[in-house]
Every structure is written in structure tokens, then in C-alpha cells.
Design a protein around this ligand. Structure first.
Ligand code: CA2
Length: 185
């Protein structure tokens, strides 16, 4: 017998970056969600300092704020995908969210920020979850300082999008939708 429980997550009121997953979803007690439910949720994860977007370094990262980008991402969920959009400055929190995605989501778009170039732990987490993960950067990291040319994430990502500014989020969600759709065939 399958016992269903309803999952509710509480976030601080007014938190613009909290999960946006619409109505509560039914999750089997003590287990993973059935694939039909999992297929609709995509995590869009943002790493350190991206909360500062729009305030400084606009020549490099554009003038959109992260709240603007959250709206762009939500609109890109037109494929029937629900978008859980989050940002953290903590490496461990990004890893926890990737682990959570394994149980709850169909795929992930991640802008790991500076952790892109430093984090073996993020590499391991992306590899471990076995979901399609699209790595995303606002700037063209290959046209910048040499230390940004290496990514620990790229070898374990399904694909990489960089250099298209905020529009890259729409491109990444579109690409992930295509990957998920192809997987259903
Ligand atoms: O281009 C990207 O999206 C990056 O992931 C952004 C990271 C950078 O370390 C990566 O090499 C490329 C940095 C995000 C910092 O964002 C700021 C925004 C405004 C002011 C200061 C930092």
C-alpha cells in the first residue's frame, strides 16, 4: 500500500528567492516521489555573490537583479516545468540542495558562481545525483581571467551555457526541457 503525505515547506515571508513550486505535491511516505510528479520540477540554483547582481559589476554581469532573473526563469517554465529558484553563499547549502534535487526534481540548472573554479565537493555532488545538470554562467568565463577558464562542474554537467547574460537562464531551462522531453521518448 502506498501512503501519501503532503509536503509543505515554510520559507520566511517575503523571501523573493524561496522555492516556487506551486501547490503542495504528494510524496510517498519515506520515499521518493513517483516519476510522474518528479518530472515537473526543476531546481535553478545560484551560488555565492549572485545576490549582488544589478548593484555592481554591471559591465560584466548585466544590470538585471537576481529577482529579475527569478522572473525570467519562472516564465521559462512554460514547458510545464515548475521552477524552484534559490541562491546561497554557502557551498554546503548548494550541495544539500543538489542532494534534495535527487529526490524531488527532474533536473537542475546551476550557476555555481566562484565555486565553479574551486569546488571538488560540488563536482562530486553533481556527479552523485545522476540528474541532468546544466551549468550556467552569465559571463563568458573563457573570455575572462585564466583562473575562470577551468570548471570543476563542466565534466559532470549535461551541458554548459555561458556568456549570454540573464537570457542564459531561459536558454538553460529550454535546453533542460529538451533533455527531459527526449528522455521520455
Ligand atoms: O558569469 C557567471 O555567472 C559567474 O558564475 C559569476 C561568478 C564568477 O565567479 C564566475 O567566474 C562566473 C561571480 C558572481 C559574482 O556576482 C557579482 C555580482 C555583482 C557584484 C559582484 C559580484
Amino acid at each position: 500500500m502506498t501512503v501519501l503525505t503532503l509536503e509543505f515547506r515554510a520559507f520566511p515571508s517575503g523571501d523573493p528567492l524561496s522555492i516556487r513550486s506551486g501547490a503542495p505535491r504528494a510524496i510517498p511516505a519515506g520515499g521518493e516521489a513517483p516519476s510522474a510528479l518528479m518530472a515537473s520540477l526543476v531546481y535553478v540554483l545560484n551560488g555565492p555573490n549572485l545576490n549582488l547582481l544589478g548593484s555592481r559589476e554591471t559591465a560584466v554581469y548585466g544590470d538585471k537583479t537576481l529577482a529579475d532573473i527569478e522572473k525570467i526563469s519562472a516564465a521559462a517554465g512554460k514547458h510545464g516545468l515548475k521552477i524552484a529558484f534559490r541562491q546561497t553563499n554557502q557551498e554546503g547549502t548548494l550541495i544539500d540542495w543538489l542532494h534534495e534535487a535527487k529526490a524531488k526534481a527532474a533536473g537542475v540548472v546551476i550557476n555555481p558562481g566562484g565555486f565553479t573554479h574551486t569546488s571538488v565537493a560540488l563536482h562530486d555532488a553533481v556527479k552523485a545525483i545522476g540528474l541532468p545538470v546544466i551549468e550556467l554562467h552569465l559571463s563568458n568565463i573563457f573570455a575572462r581571467e585564466e583562473f575562470r577558464h577551468h570548471s570543476y562542474i563542466s565534466p559532470v554537467a549535461r551541458g554548459v551555457i555561458c556568456g549570454f547574460g540573464a537570457d542564459g537562464y531561459r536558454l538553460a531551462i529550454d535546453a533542460l526541457a529538451g533533455v527531459l522531453q527526449a528522455g521520455k521518448k
